[in-house]
Every structure is written in structure tokens, then in C-alpha cells.
Design a protein around this ligand. Structure first.
Ligand code: ADP
Ligand code: MG
Length: 242
């Protein structure tokens, strides 16, 4: 069973009276537990693809399946419900709420979940702040934390819903190399210890090097799919060799 399946997806944006084709005929599938990089230059369609997989946006045509369920025809409310239970998000600019403490930021998405008691919420907040190494900083507001610490809070927030998938859009782009590497290592460690699926976009070679699956996009099209075995990539699809 694949956790994500994308079939012949196109995405067009209208900009004034022009149409921008951001994705062209994307077909992909990944199994649970992958640590997958979506790589490509700026404007290639990485964020658009992540937003479609994350059910933040819907394709112009084609189908998207999450856990083998077709999400293409769902209403905005149904998609919000699916997101709240299944998908954790991490963003380039962290997207923490500035007036909330680290602990309150982690708790925030859980407040929308009627199925989680306040006791369970507190437990999850404490657990995931510990996972990202920020127990001592639970009362700090974002402006009292470094960039790397802010991204750790965002990772704890993403994990607190017990997501099947964490989507991270250029999670290291606003961090220095060393901090970015620490964040990637933390994500990888969580991926390996509990099998959470991570899908992240990047244009940084060092970040790509940490992935075990690679999707390369250029001008809205897939130009390469790769699977790592040991230190080498085996290419499973390449545009020029189709
Ligand atoms: P990346 O994340 O790889 O930089 P994006 O997915 O953001 O690429 O963008 C892909 C293409 O779609 C670009 O040409 C971009 O300008 C265009 N685009 C993205 N979002 C919108 C939007 N909301 N309206 C119009 N065009 C957009
Ligand atoms: Mg982007």
C-alpha cells in the first residue's frame, strides 16, 4: 500500500488573464516510512506539489490518494479534517504564532481535535518538546528562540498530531548550514525511530544527500526519480530515458 499516490496531476494557476502551468502530468507513489526529497530550482513546482500532497490545495486535473483514499473530490471541510489527523507541516519560515510559548505552539493544532483530551494534549506537548530537545524552553516565545530552536518547535508541533506524513517545505533554507544539518539529522532520527514518513523540498545538495528517495522537478515536470542504496542513487525514472 502506498501512503501517497499522485496520478497524472496538473496544476494551473490563473494570474490576471494568464494561466501559469505549475505542474504537468505528475505521477508518483511512495510507501510509508520514506525520507523523500523533492529537489529542483526555485519556481520548479516544489511548493505546489507539497501543497497538493498536503491537501492545502487541489489539482486542476488528476488524482491524489492518501493511504489509498482518493482525496481529489473532497470538500474543504473534509480536507481540513484529513489534514488535522494525518499531515504535519513544517515551513521554511517556521510559521509559529509569536504570542504563544513553545509549548502552546505545539499544543495549538491539538486544540482543534475533539478526540484528544486535555490530559493527552499536555502529555503529547511534553513528549514532543523532549523529542526535539526543547523541554527547558517550553515557556519561551518564538522571539526568545534561535532559528534552529524555532524549527524544532515546528517539528514538535507537526509530530504532536501523530501524523502519517510530515511535509516540510525547504525546512533548512532559513538556517545556517550547521543548524540546517542538525534539523535534517533530527528529522532523519525520528523517521528511523518511529517510521514517520517525511517529504521535504530543497535545492540544497547537502540536504538531498540525506534523503533515501529523490524526486527531481524542473519546470513543473519530473525529470528524475531516484532510490538510494548505500551511497549511490539508482535511477528508476528519467525523462530522457522514458
Ligand atoms: P518552487 O516551490 O519550486 O519555488 P512553486 O510551486 O512555488 O515553485 O511555483 C511553481 C510555479 O507556479 C512558478 O512559476 C510560480 O511562479 C507559480 N505559482 C506558484 N504559486 C502561484 C500562485 N498562487 N499564483 C500564480 N502562480 C503561482
Ligand atoms: Mg517553494
Amino acid at each position: 500500500m502506498s501512503i501517497v499516490r499522485v496520478e497524472h496531476v496538473y496544476k494551473d494557476y490563473s494570474l490576471g488573464n494568464q494561466t501559469v502551468r505549475a505542474l504537468k502530468d505528475i505521477t508518483l507513489s511512495f510507501e510509508r516510512g520514506v525520507f523523500l526529497a523533492i529537489a529542483g530550482p526555485s519556481g520548479s513546482g516544489k511548493t505546489t506539489l507539497l501543497n497538493l500532497i498536503g491537501c492545502i490545495d487541489t489539482p486542476t486535473s488528476g488524482r491524489i490518494f492518501i493511504n489509498d483514499n482518493d482525496v481529489s473530490g473532497r470538500t474543504p471541510d473534509q480536507l481540513a479534517e484529513l489534514r488535522n489527523k494525518t499531515i504535519g507541516f513544517v515551513f521554511q519560515t517556521f510559521n509559529l504564532l509569536p504570542v504563544l510559548t513553545a509549548a502552546e505552539n505545539v499544543e495549538y493544532p491539538l486544540l482543534q481535535r475533539k478526540d484528544i483530551s486535555s490530559h493527552e494534549r499536555k502529555e503529547r506537548v511534553a513528549k514532543f518538546l523532549a523529542v526535539v530537545g526543547l523541554t527547558k524552553f517550553h515557556d519561551h516565545r518564538p522571539n526568545q528562540l534561535s532559528g534552529g530552536q524555532r524549527q524544532r518547535v515546528a517539528i514538535a508541533r507537526a509530530l504532536a498530531i501523530h501524523p502519517a506524513i510530515v511535509l516540510a517545505d525547504e525546512p533548512t533554507a532559513n538556517l545556517d548550514h550547521k543548524t540546517g544539518e542538525e534539523i535534517l539529522n533530527l528529522m532523519k532520527q525520528i523517521n528511523q525511530s518511529d517510521g514517520t514518513t517525511f517529504i521535504f523540498s530543497t535545492h540544497d545538495k547537502r540536504v538531498i544527500a540525506k534523503a533515501d528517495r529523490l524526486v527531481r522537478v524542473e519546470d513543473g515536470e519530473i525529470t528524475m526519480l531516484g532510490i538510494r542504496n548505500d551511497a549511490n542513487w539508482s535511477i528508476v525514472k528519467h525523462r530522457n530515458s522514458d
